[in-house]
Design a protein around this ligand. Structure first.
Ligand code: ADP
Ligand code: MG
Length: 566
């Protein structure tokens, strides 16, 4: 601490570059401050620091197993984030002067690089905008930040005396319960569970926070209500969605998409107070949508799409510009290739001609290459064990292929499988409307593709780069890969980790099947930690754990990607 103070006094008013002298470790009373990277000027990306406490005096049950540990790390990250808001004065001169930041968590709980809970210490990784007057060192402001604010943040957020033990325990117990609930799904024959009392709607289309006013709590239809036993909370009841084909029907604006969205984010755990703490789905679920304009490389979509104009081979389909239906078909094939047990489909974001085709269109358009999804959902389950939850308001044909039907009215679900059967009797399907192949078509797992590592070019000028850009894109060399349609990509830290994992694959120059490449990336993370994807020793930057489904999806969307069926 002394050394830090004298160095700051010495470099006051010197050129900004003099901050380099702060690099290294500095001893404080209860923690060590590591200054890992010093920014070049006040406008450059902020400096990276770590704060490591000299002991971990928190109650061991808060981090006694891997799940509790990452949940507690998440909790402490939020504590630091809150302390920063209260303590840091911010804006103290040019550029990012005076800012202190920690990776900002979303509504979900994930393993992240921002915080490490070790048996011996707690370590928080932060970004600091070293303050400048013009382009010279402002030592007084820097002392404020590093000698006053940082210790105060540590005191408030990382000291057991000041962290509410009960809130912390509730956080880790909630996450542990959600994980165990998700693990229970297969043995219960379920693909998803929505707890009674859950609050599903969000504040707005742009915010993942719960809707504050007028939110109607979820209430399971009695026929579908299932009690489950959770390790901490005890018995919880809710709607169990069984394996097979489930239809969510109902009029417009009755909460169908909101339910499906909650289920699709049920692959993740949520913070207490989110409203979706006990809304879970199979961890490998994939939301499928139309995504016209995306590129596709060598994907076998022949189960869904037959001959295309110009004799294009759909068992090795490539295009720089997919249509609504071909993109949706590719999304399904790719999901099966990386592995999934649950597809989630919403009519709002589907290509109409992919979903169904009525008898008149069959008569008029004889050269239609598409076997609509309605013919595939049953075989997907029967042959491949892949279930589907599908939201449909307007297409009654799906009643013929659904194993269960949930009707949404005024945000309230009811079990409508029997009523759906009556409706079908009243209006029986005409032979040509539901072709013989409905429920009878064959689907197989798509063949695995070999990815040409060299097709992903990381060159950007003299450097090789692979970077995340918010939640909407990654940059691989000069290519910007659009990920804005990946609804299950939850936070920027995941995007960053995905970009770097793909970068490592490309740099490794070894061709592999897509699945092997992704499995290897995750095995490396498992072995060396998420931080091993970063490029600074000790301070990896801001990353969150991605799923294999999103790593694969990102790779699949690279326009330069070359992939061949084996
Ligand atoms: P649908 O897909 O059936 O057309 P949405 O799921 O888009 O309907 O929901 C329509 C609107 O109702 C949205 O603004 C959503 O936030 C809101 N909403 C959904 N579920 C609830 C609920 N349980 N309580 C209050 N508002 C809700
Ligand atoms: Mg909708």
């Amino acid at each position: 601490m002394r050394k830090l103070e004298t160095t700051l006094d010495r470099i006051d008013r010197k050129g900004y570059g003099a901050y380099k002298d702060l690099s290294g470790s500095h001893d404080f009373d209860d923690f060590t401050l590591f200054i890992d990277r010093v920014q070049r000027d006040p406008f450059a990306p902020p400096s990276l620091v770590r704060v490591r406490t000299k002991a971990n005096r928190f109650d061991p049950p808060l981090f006694e197993n891997p799940v509790r540990r990452f949940a507690f790390e998440d909790f402490l990250t939020r504590c630091v984030d809150e302390a920063i808001r209260k303590v840091v004065r911010g804006n103290r001169g040019s550029g990012g002067s005076g800012r202190i930041e920690i990776q900002s968590p979303s509504q979900i709980v994930l393993p992240r690089t921002a915080m490490v809970v070790d048996g011996e210490y707690i370590e928080a990784r932060m970004a600091v905008g070293l303050p400048a007057r013009g382009r010279s060192v402002d030592a007084k402001a820097a002392k404020d930040m590093l000698l006053e604010e940082l210790p105060e943040i540590v005191r408030r957020a990382l000291s057991p005396e000041n962290v509410d033990a009960e809130t912390a325990l509730r956080h880790v117990e909630t996450v542990e319960d959600a994980e165990s609930l998700r693990d229970l799904l297969p043995s219960l024959g379920l693909v998803a569970f929505v707890a009674d009392g859950a609050m599903l709607p969000r504040e707005s289309g742009a915010s993942d926070r719960p809707l504050r006013e007028g939110s109607i709590p979820f209430e399971s239809p009695p026929e579908m209500r299932i009690p489950v036993e959770l390790p901490n909370r005890g018995e919880v009841s809710g709607m169990g969605i069984p394996e097979g084909v489930t239809l969510v029907a109902g009029g417009g604006f009755h909460g169908k998409s909101t339910l499906l969205e909650a289920i699709s984010l049920g692959v993740y755990d949520h913070v207490p107070g989110d409203g979706r703490e006990f809304v879970v789905s199979r961890g490998d679920s994939v939301k499928i949508r139309a995504e016209d304009g995306r590129s596709v490389s060598g994907v076998d979509i022949s189960a869904m799409i037959g001959d295309l104009p110009g004799g294009k081979d759909t068992s090795r389909f490539s295009t720089p510009n997919a249509s609504g239906s071909t993109s949706q078909a590719a999304n399904i094939s790719e999901a099966l290739e990386i592995g999934t047990s649950l597809l989630l489909v919403d009519e709002d974001t589907s290509a109409t001609n992919f979903m169904v085709r009525d008898e008149r269109m069959r008569e008029l358009v004889r050269k239609e290459p598409i076997s609509p999804f309605i013919e595939l959902v049953k075989p997907l389950h029967r042959n491949l064990g892949v279930s589907t939850i599908i939201v449909v308001g307007g297409v009654g044909g799906y009643l013929d292929v659904a194993d269960s039907v949930i009707l949404m009215e005024d945000y309230a679900p009811s079990e409508a499988t029997a009523r759906a059967a009556e409706a079908r009797e009243k209006f029986p399907p005409r032979a040509s409307a539901t072709p013989a192949s409905a429920g009878g078509a064959d689907v197989e797992n798509p063949s695995h593709r070999t990815i040409r590592a060299s097709s992903i070019n990381l060159r950007r000028g003299k450097k090789e780069t692979a970077r995340g850009r918010g939640t909407d894109a990654i940059e691989l060399g000069r290519e910007r890969v659009d990920l804005s349609h990946l609804e299950q990509l939850a936070e920027p830290g995941q995007t960053e980790a995905i970009a770097r994992a793909i970068g490592n694959f490309a740099a490794g120059k070894k061709d592999r099947s897509l699945r092997e490449a992704v499995e290897e990336a995750l095995a490396n993370i498992e072995r060396d930690g998420l931080g091993s994807l970063g490029d600074f020793r000790g301070n990896p930057g801001e990353m969150s754990m991605p799923r294999s489904q999103e790593i694969a999806a990102a790779m699949n969307r690279a326009r330069s990607l070359r992939a061949d069926s084996r």
